[in-house]
Design a binder for this molecule. Structure first.
Ligand SMILES: [Zn+2]
Length: 112
């Protein structure tokens, strides 16, 4: 088995660059797939909690500091019901002007 600690700095840099490229590609692919399915993910993603509350959150695939990611579901704090619950993005086809305005009134923490 190769000893990674003995790798030359150039090899470590190449490995780190490759890892970063794979991570970025994975996030881009997940974002593209979600958008293709009609989910607008990003800085102003409208989500619905398990109890039906609507709010806006930051939903960046591959990045979450305030939630536990479980694929299309995240466990996080709902600022409307003030509870820790499961939330999922709302498909664009389900959104009306009324639901957009309701969700726009409440935004959770400004961190992903
Ligand atoms: Zn809620």
């Amino acid at each position: 088995m190769a000893d990674n600690s003995a790798a030359r700095p150039g090899e470590r840099w190449k490995r780190a660059s490759l890892t970063a490229a794979v991570v970025v590609a994975t996030i881009a692919l997940e974002t593209a797939l979600l958008r293709r399915r009609g989910y607008h993910v990003g800085l102003k993603t409208i989500v619905r909690c398990h109890d039906g509350h609507l709010f806006t959150t930051i939903w960046i695939p591959g990045a979450s500091l305030k939630s536990i990611r479980l694929g299309m579901v995240r466990l996080q704090y709902c600022p409307v019901g003030r509870h820790f619950t499961s939330v999922r993005p709302v498909n664009d086809s389900e959104l009306t002007e009324k639901t957009r305005s309701i969700a726009g009134l409440q935004h959770d923490l400004l961190i992903p």
